[in-house]
Design a binder for this molecule. Structure first.
Ligand code: MBD
Ligand code: FE
Length: 284
């Protein structure tokens, strides 16, 4: 057993909000006021259309208002947006890709994780719970050429479904590491299988899920960012074939190309898997 404590919505939300403000809160200065006008107006008009269609009441309007206020107070905007909106942004952003399929980043990426070489063990605790997993792969460009020195950043939840730096009691860089492809573009990563992730039930996101009668689960997944000079950054997640939530991920982020095919060892105690990446050259 581990000693980590399941974070409250406000705790993990505060961490994700701080992370976002540090890394990505840069605005979109190139967006014209005409475009802001059009996008904002269409989103607002879509809400008006739903209100008219379903004859939304004042009681319902005030319930939504209270819920939006709670979303801010529990710092859950990053979680809400990444679970229910990001997958469409990702689809639009990557629709012309010829190389690897990607998927959403989610709220728990942290840059500059420890260097692990080309063949290495991701930082983990002594006796880290979970089935040991050895993952070998290769990183090439869409023309088939090897990309020596390509970088693979890995981050994932532990066997309790918790992410380091977003839950207390876990070492800072636990299950977060940066691998570098060798001269043949190859890497080997030793880690443990993550557990499925449950959206916190005590915050605004959890409130929506229970009010709507949805479930709160993401299937178990490994997050990666694969990058190399002259190539588009690939953000992806890899999934396991035996997970019941691959078909109804609350974040709509599973694609068939991203499901692994792990092999279990003779004694059943560990798994190996092979998965390669193909990166698109950066568009000029
Ligand atoms: C996660 O772990 C995640 O990957 C996403 C996209 C949203 C919430 C939690
Ligand atoms: Fe995740």
């Amino acid at each position: 057993m581990t000693t980590s404590i399941r974070p409250t919505a406000a705790e993990s939300g505060a961490g994700a909000t701080a992370r976002f403000k540090t890394d990505k809160s840069v605005g979109a200065a190139g967006t014209s006021s005409d475009r802001v006008d059009q996008l904002a107006r269409e989103v607002i008009e879509a809400v008006h259309a739903t209100i008219r269609k379903h004859k939304v009441t004042y009681a319902e309007y005030n319930a939504v208002k209270a819920w939006l206020i709670k979303m801010g107070e529990s710092s859950e905007w990053p979680l809400f947006l990444d679970v229910w909106i990001e997958h469409v942004v990702e689809q639009v952003a990557t629709e012309n890709r010829k190389g690897n399929k990607g998927t959403i980043e989610g709220p728990y990426y942290v840059p500059d994780s420890p260097e692990c070489g080309s063949h290495g063990v991701v930082p983990m605790r002594e006796n880290e719970p979970g089935t040991p997993l050895t993952w070998t792969g290769r990183i090439t460009s869409t023309d088939g050429s090897v990309i020596e020195g390509a970088k693979l950043e890995l981050w994932h939840a532990d066997d309790d479904g918790l992410y380091s730096q977003f839950a207390s009691g876990i070492p800072e860089w636990n299950l977060r590491g940066t691998f570098t492809a060798d001269t043949e573009g190859r890497f080997e990563i030793r880690t443990v299988r993550p557990a499925p992730y449950q959206i916190p039930t005590d915050g605004a996101c959890g409130q929506l899920i229970s009010a709507a009668g949805w479930h709160a689960w993401r299937p178990a997944h490994l997050h990666v960012k694969v990058s190399a000079p002259g190539h588009e950054l690939l953000t992806a997640q890899l999934y396991f074939p035996d997970d019941v939530h691959n078909d109804d991920d609350i974040a709509s982020a599973v694609k068939p190309e991203l499901i692994l095919d792990p092999q279990t060892s003779q004694d059943g105690s560990s798994q190996t898997v092979s998965y390669d990446f193909v990166l698109d050259p950066a568009s000029a």
